[in-house]
Write a protein of this length. Structure first.
Length: 260
């Protein structure tokens, strides 16, 4: 990938317990609300417990899944929302407020999102703000790839102006043709960290099994398998394009079978 070097993490926990960090991480998931809620909830729990703030800009289903996880972790979600420590916004509605001609407008984005971020930071009294967002993921799912990348750039501009951490969620079929280097490089390069999706190690195991059974067999050596399943798939599509669709179709079956 071009630009900055993306750091791959084996779990959300590697980042969740780090105080004072300012990362911009991304998780690619298969719209598994429960698993996503667990990951994002674990990430947001620290500032909510230590006097900081959290911002959620997600679908209603995902917001509820995140809040349900926080409640299980003994975070008083109602009190946090009433006191402004936790702000929850609808991703689709918020996105509509700053889109102009199919692209995010910088000034409107700053008024709509930037003001919320700054207001939240003002309540922390020096504490940490962590945000989770799905607006870019909505644009990506609609095939609006340039607009999605532009929105990531606006988030990064805001992060340079004020200090906060951002966790982005994309519902992307990593086995599908949309997940290929030409499209995904700019997306990943806009982030500092790649977090494992709901599939975890099961994704890598399924892809490796399919690679081993391919004809001719695809060797693991130099494939970047140690970096995780997503990186392995991108390597496969880049280096073995003629075999990738068949291998990944088989890998999808193995992954689904293991997930039952």
């Amino acid at each position: 990938m071009g630009g900055r070097r993306l750091q791959v993490r084996s779990s959300v926990a590697e980042l969740a317990d780090q105080p004072g960090s300012s990362e911009h991480c991304v998780q690619l998931h298969h719209d598994d609300a429960k698993s996503l809620g667990r990951n994002v909830g674990a990430y947001l729990a620290r500032p909510l417990r230590s006097g900081g703030c959290a911002l959620i800009v997600a679908t209603p289903e995902h917001t509820e899944a995140i809040c349900a996880y926080l409640r299980r972790r003994r975070v008083d979600v109602g009190r946090a929302r009433d006191g402004g420590q936790l702000v929850c916004l609808d991703a689709s509605e918020t996105l509509s407020r700053f889109m102009v001609g199919g692209y995010p407008d910088p000034e409107k984005f700053d008024r709509v999102v930037g003001n919320v971020v700054r207001s939240s930071l003002a309540r922390t009294a020096g504490g940490q703000l962590r945000a989770y967002g799905e607006m870019v993921g909505l644009l990506w799912a609609q095939g609006q790839f340039p607009a999605a990348i532009r929105l990531e750039q606006l988030w990064n501009r805001l992060r340079k102006a004020v200090s906060f951490s951002l966790y982005c969620g994309y519902s992307i079929d990593v086995f599908g043709q949309q997940f290929e280097p030409r499209l995904i490089d700019a997306l990943l390069s806009a982030h500092t960290h790649l977090l494992p999706g709901a599939e975890g190690d099961g994704l890598k195991a399924a892809v490796l099994q399919a690679m081993n059974e391919a004809s001719p067999r695809i060797e693991e050596s130099g494939s970047g398998a140690a970096r995780g399943g997503e990186a392995l798939i991108l390597w496969l599509r880049n280096q073995h394009a003629s075999q990738a669709d068949e291998v990944l179709s088989r890998a999808r079956s193995y992954y689904r079978a293991a997930s039952v």
